[in-house]
Design a protein around this ligand. Sequence first.
Ligand SMILES: NC(=O)c1ccc[n+]([C@@H]2O[C@H](COP(=O)([O-])OP(=O)(O)OC[C@H]3O[C@@H](n4cnc5c(N)ncnc54)[C@H](O)[C@@H]3O)[C@@H](O)[C@H]2O)c1
Length: 279
Amino acid sequence: MGVVGLGTMGAGIAQICVQAGVETVGREVSEELAERARERIAHYLGRGVDKGRLTSEERDAALDRLTTTTELADLAGCGLVVEAVVEELDAKRELFRQLDGVVAPEAVLATNTSALSVTEIASATERPERVVGLHFFNPAPVLPLVEVVRTRAASDDAVETAYAFAERIGKRPIRCADTPGFVVNRILIPLLNDCVRVLDEAGVTPEDLDTAMTAGLNWPIGPCALIDLIGIDVHVHASEALHSALGEARMEPPPRLVEMRDAGHLGRKSGHGFFAYDT
Ligand SMILES: NC(=O)c1ccc[n+]([C@@H]2O[C@H](COP(=O)([O-])OP(=O)(O)OC[C@H]3O[C@@H](n4cnc5c(N)ncnc54)[C@H](O)[C@@H]3O)[C@@H](O)[C@H]2O)c1
């Protein structure tokens, strides 16, 4: 198993894999970033030990299964590679072109993209039938869902290999086609935008809107708290991508969110969004 890009998502995906007993090679652009990712994974595995979810021996064995590298060539022996680098089409296409020349022809290449076309990424390779989307959710070690995204070019075998892999590492996969936003974001992004528009339309505070949806609909988290968790910038970017792909008015980011993004109020990560946080 290979993971390319050990940021928020890639480190989480690598952690799940080594915990599930899979030998994993993680590739980053610098040794420093690779080391930082290893430390983060060790930290979260250590928290698992503190909470009694795994023993210290299991933690050590999991860490031993992780190899980090800056060389793409070190992924040559992988049967499945998940890409989790920056959300930019050109960067992903270039990486897939390179991976295509490194891993065995029968290996499956997967992208964790949230909003880009898997088909366009796959077409950078000579093996589009072996390319799928494997869309994990943040935080990857916690949320069970994985969307297994099938392009028109993908073979049944590649899709089923990816699906079985997601099950093997303890996830709850679903299959879906390569359409903008796949399943969850296609539904969630316009819905959250509706929630933000209601703030102004109904003259309601973020606290009361969140109470409405948690106390009235049993949502586990209110929409404003959820957008703060996702990150205002990430949500605005995903809304813009969906809006430009499908053109529905509800997908356009509400001006209030664009203003917050421009002011640097990015939610939890900046300490200020709809609510204030200790950073
Ligand atoms: N953050 C989320 O909530 C979330 C959820 C689901 C999917 N995604 C998707 O996952 C992908 C990664 O998102 P993220 O939030 O983890 O980003 P991130 O910025 O935290 O991590 C990206 C990492 O990739 C590394 N990188 C860049 N180019 C590379 C290359 N050529 N080779 C190896 N490493 C490289 C960077 O150094 C960085 O550490 C994106 O496509 C994003 O849309 C993100």
